[in-house]
Design a protein around this ligand. Structure first.
Ligand code: GLC
Length: 562
């Protein structure tokens, strides 16, 4: 069946704030992105996802939107954005916008009105509840960022009611039960589509619907992090009955008629419920990305886990649905530091191996900025250098629980989202070529040797390896259409799988470890002739017969000769 453009695409996520600063204020901006678009074209990607660039007080780096129809002045103007769209489209690159529709900023006009009085026309744009008889919040839910006293409800003296905020106190949840709010959102989405954007990434869409009556959670408090008996329990507002009605209406009002691409952030989505959201006949979303391979709290992946997740998602694809492949984004740590190896000996090889896994398994690959040059985690010594709301919130909760500052940083640093948010390392000049001013967040000091310029000048370039993988996606039908089959199913270090369609069979073999591994090639592969197409170890001899060795983090792609 003919594929949709987004099934054939490679998406590149731009965290604008940290990408490229054109005016020296230390904050990346749209002109900076425009000045680097040719790099993305060279890489071969054909779609960009912009994390939120709307007007925002930047409490959560733009995920707190104050004006849904404008660009934050720190990033540029609507005119700049239109120019960027034209430029990208001229290069064959589509652009999708991040839509944050679970909450807005408290500085959004809608909320400013809403909090004024109970009969304000905007009152029901948000979720207001009276206090309990003793004046306490409506229930025991905690907020994700551990702000204030820990509650997910904030009291507003103007009207003597509480509003719900699953995240920051400054990010009140929107009320999807209220039809005029829905209409406002549909009109706003049409505004961006009229401007020429090609689709949307939907921020935490699984949490739009709240449970009726706002019941208490029964989950036990996390003694280290939950405060004052307010329990952070994502399950309370995730995948609540009625969520599909909301998404289907979004589809019928906007996504369907405009034929735009949609990808949802699938918090709480697994292979078990994914087809309910992305099955082609459901008319809800095109794709969701899940957290089964990449998560803020997942420190490593075993070969067994990788196989299980991929097999499960291959089943989702068989249900007339589609998948996203990725290992990191702006909400995680750097993939090479978590799932590969960031010490200099294996950084390049493991970065290429991870890229191969993502680009050769079924679905649409998403690249997060910097991954294509093997950018790594950073470690700051004091909490003042961290910006991520989770890291800062968890840190203060830990200190209140008696953990020492050093211990708290040691625990939080490896998974802080700030690892992914350090400025892009363009070259070895001051501030990694990101800005002539002081960057909003400190650059990773390893920019002197890990940067785009150095990588591309190197015969062993990670960027060039990504280019090859992306080229294969354009030229090799099995990458998009091939059925996935794992061999050596129990091997602890070796991942071996084929992707086969009528026109082609590809085979990927990878040593997902830091050891030299000796293993036997499965007999069924031996009597065929395999041609090596890509490897991260040019000086080894290709072989698909008998027994053989693979070096640490070695990966190869073969094609079956016909
Ligand atoms: C999503 C975003 C994340 C943000 C959160 C609240 O998870 O990806 O960056 O902090 O939603 O909007």
């Amino acid at each position: 069946m003919k594929k949709k453009w987004w099934q054939e695409a490679v998406v590149y996520e731009i965290y604008c704030k940290s990408f490229c600063d054109s005016d020296g204020d230390g904050i990346g901006d749209l002109r900076g992105v425009m000045s680097k678009l040719h790099v993305l074209r060279d890489l071969g990607v054909n779609c960009i996802w912009f994390t939120p660039i709307y007007t925002s007080p930047q409490v959560d780096n733009g995920y707190d939107v104050a004006d849904y129809r404008n660009i934050d002045p720190a990033y540029g103007t609507l005119e700049d954005f239109k120019k960027l769209l034209d430029m990208a489209h001229g290069m064959g690159i589509r652009v999708i916008m991040d839509m944050v529709l679970n909450h807005s900023s408290d500085e959004c006009e809608w909320f400013k009105e809403s909090r004024k009085s109970k009969d304000n026309p905007y009152r029901n744009y948000y979720i207001w509840q009276p206090p309990k008889p003793d004046g306490s919040p409506p229930n025991n839910w905690g907020n994700y960022f551990r702000e204030g006293n820990g509650s997910a409800w904030e009291f507003d003296a103007a009207t003597n009611e509480y509003y719900l905020h699953q995240y920051s106190i400054k990010m009140p949840d929107l009320n999807w039960e209220y039809k005029p709010l829905r209409r406002e959102i549909y009109n706003m989405l049409h505004f961006w589509l009229d401007l020429g954007v090609d689709g949307f990434r939907l921020d935490i869409f699984t949490r739009f619907k709240k449970p009726e009556g706002f019941p208490d959670t029964k989950k036990a408090p996390d003694l280290l992090l939950d405060r004052n008996g307010f329990v952070m329990d994502p399950s309370m507002c995730t995948n609540v009955e009625g969520i599909h009605e909301i998404l289907h209406e979004l589809y019928t009002e906007v996504f369907g008629p405009r034929d735009c691409m949609t990808v949802g952030e699938g918090a709480g989505v697994s292979h078990k419920n994914a087809a309910d959201y992305v099955g082609a006949l459901r008319q809800e979303l095109d794709m969701v990305y899940h957290f089964q391979l990449s998560h803020r709290k997942l420190y490593s992946i075993s070969t067994e886990h990788f196989r299980t997740v991929q097999k499960n998602w291959a089943e989702v694809l068989r249900k007339n649905a589609w998948a996203v492949q990725y290992l990191s984004n702006h909400d995680s740590a750097r993939q090479v530091s978590c799932y590969g190896c960031d010490d200099e000996r294996y950084r390049t090889d493991s970065a290429k191996l991870l890229a191969t896994l993502i680009h050769t398994t079924p679905g649409t690959p998403f690249i997060y900025q910097g991954e294509e040059i093997g950018m790594t985690n950073v470690k700051y010594d004091t909490i003042e250098d961290y910006n991520c709301c989770y890291t800062v919130g968890d840190y203060h909760a830990m200190i209140a629980s008696g953990v020492s500052p050093k211990e708290a940083i040691d625990l939080l640093a490896p998974r802080s989202r700030d690892n992914a948010r350090t400025p892009y390392q363009w070259d070895g000049s001051e501030n990694a070529g990101f800005s002539t001013g002081t960057p909003w967040i400190k650059v990773n000091p390893n920019y002197t040797h890990i940067n785009l310029e150095a990588d591309r000048a190197n015969g062993d370039s990670i960027f060039a390896f990504y280019q090859e993988l992306i080229r294969m996606r354009r030229e090799d039908p099995a990458i998009i259409d091939g059925d996935l089959r794992f061999l050596l199913d129990d091997h602890e270090e070796i991942l071996l799988y084929t992707r086969a369609c009528i026109r082609q069979t590809l085979l990927v073999v990878a040593n997902y470890s830091e050891k030299n591994v000796h293993f036997s090639i499965p007999e069924e592969l031996e009597n065929s002739s395999w041609r090596r197409r890509l490897t991260n170890k040019m000086d080894t001899t290709p072989s698909m017969g008998g027994s053989r060795d693979l070096l640490p983090w070695e990966v190869e792609i073969y094609e079956l000769a016909r």
